[in-house]
Write a protein that binds this ligand. Structure first.
Ligand code: SAM
Length: 275
């Protein structure tokens, strides 16, 4: 192990011992990149100096969590996935009198607002509760505001049409200067909450869990653990949507999931297991 890798392991241990955040099962290559970015941005010189700051300066923690988290997202990211959810999953959800959806790793809210719009257009939103969670308080705060730049909004408007949206996306926002603010009404059935997939337990009894581009940062061991959490959080016959580079085939805890739409990475909890 070289000196920098040793420093990285000590940093991970310090964060766990001092603050209870466990990054021990995050894939090392991307973790190292983000920790080195933190070192650079905080002008600390070495990971060792970062560790010392993390141990002695409580107020520095949010900056560390924000730096390690990668809140990159888009509204209707991979539009074909949202099209598949609308066309194939929503008709099943429509059979429930009340629908619970858990969106884990919600970043700045891009996906949760996308879901809310499509559910509204499918006539399902008024009986749906969406729980949008992340372990980064800063992005949760931004997500709650529902404000994006005009530049981002242009891309999102294209994605929305490709996802099968029924209007134009501007139907759901008010533009002001260089920003757009999403319609407040979209928030009416969304609860934003802090939840750490590594440490926290079952969140709700969900009919659909959307967790895209989060597991990709975890080792297989942690992915397996989180897939077990998702299995235990879904009703029988519930759906799990993952990112398009994520898979469940290696996971013992995911044996009870059946492929529902493999291209869209949508799985369904088998009917004879689960709750
Ligand atoms: C790349 S973004 C994915 C955003 C969105 N799901 C998408 O696919 O566009 C990853 C998100 O996962 C969150 N995240 C990372 N580790 C987490 C953990 N242990 N618990 C909860 N959220 C986590 C990050 O804060 C970040 O917002």
């Amino acid at each position: 192990m070289d000196a920098e890798d040793i420093e990285l392991e000590l940093f991970v241990q310090a964060l766990k011992l001092r603050h209870g955040y466990d990054f021990g099962q995050y894939a090392r290559a991307s973790l190292k990149r983000r920790v080195n970015d933190l070192v650079k941005n905080a002008e600390l010189g070495t990971i060792g100096a970062l560790t010392s700051r993390v141990v002695h300066d409580e107020a520095f923690l949010p900056q560390v969590i924000a730096g390690i988290s990668v809140p990159v997202s888009e509204m209707f990211r991979n539009p074909e996935i949202f099209k598949a959810l609308s066309a194939e999953v929503f008709p099943v959800l429509a059979s429930y009198p009340h629908i619970n959806i858990w969106q884990a790793g919600c970043a700045r809210g891009e996906e949760v607002y996308s879901l809310a719009i499509l559910l509204e257009e499918a006539g399902l939103y008024d009986r749906t509760q969406i729980y949008a969670t992340d372990f980064n308080d800063h992005v949760l705060h931004v997500a709650q505001e529902g404000i994006f730049s005009v530049h981002e909004a242009r891309l999102y408007a294209q994605n929305y049409l490709a996802a099968g949206g029924k209007h134009t996306l501007s139907h759901y926002w008010h533009a002001r200067y260089e920003r757009v603010k999403l319609d407040e009404r979209l928030k009416r059935n969304i609860t934003f909450a802090n939840h750490n997939l590594v440490a926290d337990g079952v969140f709700c009894e969900a009919h659909l869990i959307l967790c895209r581009n989060v597991l990709i940062y975890f080792t297989n061991t942690l992915q397996d653990q989180v897939l077990g959490l998702f299995r235990d959080s879904l009703v029988r016959g519930g759906f799990l949507a993952l990112g398009n580079k994520e898979s469940i085939h290696f996971s013992a805890n995911a044996r009870e999931f059946l492929a529902f739409n493999s291209a869209a990475r949508i799985f369904r909890l088998g009917p004879s297991v689960g709750k």
